[in-house]
Design a protein around this ligand. Structure first.
Ligand SMILES: O=c1ccn([C@@H]2O[C@H](COP(=O)(O)OP(=O)(O)O[C@H]3O[C@H](CO)[C@@H](O)[C@H](O)[C@H]3O)[C@@H](O)[C@H]2O)c(=O)[nH]1
Ligand SMILES: [Mn+2]
Length: 740
């Protein structure tokens, strides 16, 4: 910073892969143009009957939609970049800005308190001046076990933090640290202190066991207060030794070299919508505003701990770079997970998002907020429109009735705000800030289900940029969903959230194009908002129409002898091989490519369908918003199946029926198609349709196995198979009636 010869970070443009991507876009587009020409000319050349026109039109429409989706998704491949940081070049500790860490938890049964406290402890123990760290936990469960857990965590932190500091521990979450035993890179994390280290480690480990025992014992005592979760007033506590006066706590903490630790459970009333995580974050934003008001905020989910103590310093390499800092809103680290198996049948690691797409996003102005693992500038969230002498009435209309909060907002726009730490700590108005009526009639209301994506989009439309930082060592590790059921429920929630934005007045295709940093960046946003709709529509079509037509001997594609057969084959092979190339280039295996193809089909016919429908129903006011947090408690049996790479089909009929029915339909049409091909000689005419059915069957073999071969608990129950068979029979008859 002081010496411009040594930048704090570097950006590398991936020239070779960008060249490959752009070439592929060109070639693939040309092939698509031929394909469309073939489809369009059909309607002029052939004497059309109903049997061919309607299915042809539907297939053509699906091809257009899928091609459009493909085109949007190429924005991510246009200019991929990656970043390197040099935290050792940062200024001295006393020149570093303060950080508020905001952590959310919602349900002590699905989110075990020990896990939540590991996240809290890992944030407290980051390699950053403790007087500049403030950790806030929002507890939407309003559970005594969580509050007690915080007190226990504070006690244990007095051991844990000095230990981490003395030995430079990287993984600052105790559970992960003690269970891994190593730093993952060949030597033990922190092992430079010899026998003294070993001894102390043993000692701390014992203290950790005691801590864990006390927290879990509390959990058992916890009564069934679940109905209380929806109806209670705000609870807030600054965690400290004994007394409960906030201001003292701050001084005591500073003296003890401990970050500030605050528990917040906002008020909830059944009559008030609480907006789930977005609502919780808004409360934390206000409460932290009047207590510590740090210029930077680290957002974390309760299941995502710090795996590298240096993440704050890495993020500061961007935030403190005078060249980009004025327009930089946030630095996003990827989601990585500690529980991914080698086979990863459900693609729980979200490979393409964080290993590929986000690098492309980054090259265009930055990725969206991803809900966890981001360092965001407070001003970007609520300060940009505030000036020192702004009209107080107006500010209160915008930000609500708290004078202290309005005062805190004024402060963040002052140039020296970076270095104001905790000196304005005031707790008396903070309960007001956590009431559910606080936001009534203010500008706080605009929150979405996928609060992260929406926030990112808004910031980028206001001219901010962001940065994606993906260092070799994962900075944060979370728990990925390793159960099919959870995975599909989560996928449905995400789809619903994205489509909700897609059909709102903020639809990226309309609202974004000339507001974001680059045009292509808003195409990325559009792709994310729209892909559920595109995929569910097209995949349902491709899984039903060619098959029903095959059963009825209606050809939809060129014969093998037709030149256009080559065009169709090329488009198919070009997209599959590009996907395979991307999977292999990001270090994954052929098997993982198969997994991604399969899970894409499965999610498209279930999650994306239900999510889109859910969003439309919400829009029509026929459904209430809901946010089911994913379950983070490991089920031993289920985990065994996941680790063995075996599908666990213990999920609702709603999810199973479409998948099973479509596989049955494809099996039937394949069998009939082959038989006709051989005995009636239709192979030439029907080849592509037979092949589509074949491809669906091969890719979804685990479903067939679950249906016909497996007999264990995770297999598909016979009743579901029969019901789905009935369903596919109905689809067949309906299709035949419509097309004939
Ligand atoms: O009413 C609620 C519901 C959830 N949460 C918290 O939100 C976080 C994310 O919930 P989780 O069940 O883990 O959902 P995921 O699908 O795993 O979360 C992903 O998707 C969310 C959007 O749907 C993002 O906010 C997350 O950051 C992203 O990791 C957790 O810390 C929850 O405790 C709340 O605070 N209040
Ligand atoms: Mn999660």
């Amino acid at each position: 910073m002081e010496n411009p010869k040594f930048p704090l970070h570097l950006c590398h443009v991936h020239k070779l892969s960008n060249f490959i991507n752009r070439t592929h876009i060109l070639v693939h587009s040309i092939a698509l143009a031929f394909l469309f020409y073939y489809r369009a000319s059909f309607f002029f050349q052939h004497p059309n009957t109903k049997a061919t026109t309607l299915p042809w039109l539907l297939v053509f429409a699906s091809e257009i939609l899928l091609a459009f989706e493909w085109l949007l998704s190429q924005s991510f491949r246009w200019r991929t970049v990656s970043r390197t940081v040099f935290p050792e070049r940062l200024p001295e500790n006393d020149k570093l800005p303060a950080i508020d860490v905001l952590i959310c938890t919602a349900d002590p049964e699905k989110e075990p308190t020990v896990m939540v406290m590991n996240t809290v402890l890992s944030a407290m123990a980051m390699d950053y001046p403790p007087e500049k760290l403030h950790v806030y936990l929002s507890d939407d469960g309003c559970a005594a076990v969580t509050l007690n857990g915080m007190r226990e965590a504070w006690r244990f932190a007095k051991w844990w933090l000095p230990f981490c500091r003395r030995y430079g521990i990287k993984c600052t979450a105790p559970e992960a640290y003690f269970s891994a035993g190593g730093g993952g890179d060949g030597y033990e994390d922190g092992d430079s202190g010899g026998s003294e280290f070993v001894q102390e480690k043993e000692h701390i480990k014992e203290a950790y066991e005691v801590f864990k025992k006390r927290v879990t014992e509390n959990a058992r005592i916890e009564d069934a207060r679940s109905n209380m979760r929806r109806d209670h007033s705000a609870v807030m506590e600054v965690i400290q030794e004994t007394s409960s006066e906030g201001d003292d706590a701050i001084q005591t903490n500073e003296a003890k070299n401990m970050p500030l630790l605050v528990y917040v459970s906002r008020e909830k009333r059944p009559s008030h919508p609480h907006h789930f995580k977005a609502g919780a974050l808004n409360v934390l934003l206000r409460v932290s505003g009047v207590i510590s008001n740090s210029p930077y905020i680290l957002g974390l989910d309760c299941d995502m701990y710090c795996n590298d103590a240096s993440s704050a310093r890495q993020a500061m390499c961007f935030h403190l770079d005078p060249k980009i800092s004025p327009s930089l809103a946030f630095v996003q680290f990827p989601h990585k997970f500690h529980n991914i198996s080698t086979n990863d049948i459900y693609d729980s690691q979200l490979r393409s998002i964080f290993m590929l797409l986000w690098q492309g996003y980054d090259g265009l102005g930055g990725p969206c907020v991803c809900g966890t693992g981001y360092y965001i500038k407070r001003v970007s969230l609520c300060g940009s429109s505030i000036s020192e002498d702004g009209d107080a009435m107006k500010l209160r209309q915008c930000f609500g009735p708290s004078n202290q909060f309005v005062k805190s907002l004024r402060q963040i726009n002052k140039p020296d705000h970076m270095f104001i730490q905790r000196n304005n700590a005031q707790l008396n108005e903070s309960p007001l800030l956590a009431t559910c009526a606080y936001e009534d009639g203010t500008k706080w209301g605009e929150v979405a289900m996928v609060e992260d994506y929406f926030t990112g989009f808004h910031l980028h439309c206001k001219g901010w940029i962001s940065v994606f930082c993906d260092p070799k060592r994962p900075q944060f590790l979370g728990s990925g969903t390793t159960k099919l059921d959870e995975f599909l429920v989560q996928g449905t929630r995400w789809s619903s959230g994205f489509v909700e934005v897609a059909i709102s007045k903020f639809s990226p295709l309309i609202y974004g194009p000339f507001k974001t940093h680059t045009f292509l960046q808003s195409m990325c946003y559009a792709e994310i908002a729209l892909f559920p709709i595109f995929y569910f529509l097209t995949l349902w079509c491709f899984a039903v129409i060619p098959q029903v037509c095959l059963l009825n001997s209606i050809p939809l594609y060129p014969e093998i002898s037709n030149t256009y057969f080559i065009v169709f084959s090329f488009v198919f092979l070009s997209s599959l091989s590009k996907h395979l190339y991307e999977v292999l280039a990001t270090g994954s295996t052929f098997q993982h490519w198969v997994n991604e193809q399969r899970i894409w089909m499965m999610k498209s016919v279930t999650c994306h369908l239900y999510g889109s429908v859910d969003a439309f129903l919400k829009k029509l006011g026929m459904r209430e918003a809901s946010f089911l947090p994913t379950n983070k408690v490991d089920d031993v049996e289920q985990l065994k199946l996941y680790n063995m790479g075996v599908f666990d089909f213990q999920t609702s009929l709603q999810f199973l029926a479409p998948m099973v029915a479509l596989v049955i339909l494809n099996m039937a049409s394949f069998a009939v198609g082959i038989a006709r091909g051989i005995f009636v000689g239709e192979l030439d005419k029907m080849f592509i349709q037979i092949f589509i059915a074949f491809y669906v069957i091969v890719m979804n073999y685990p479903i067939i196995e679950g249906m016909l071969i497996r007999k264990d608990k995770g297999s598909i129950p016979l009743s579901v198979t029969l019901l789905s068979a009935l369903f596919s029979l109905i689809v067949y008859f309906l299709g035949s009636i419509i097309f004939m």
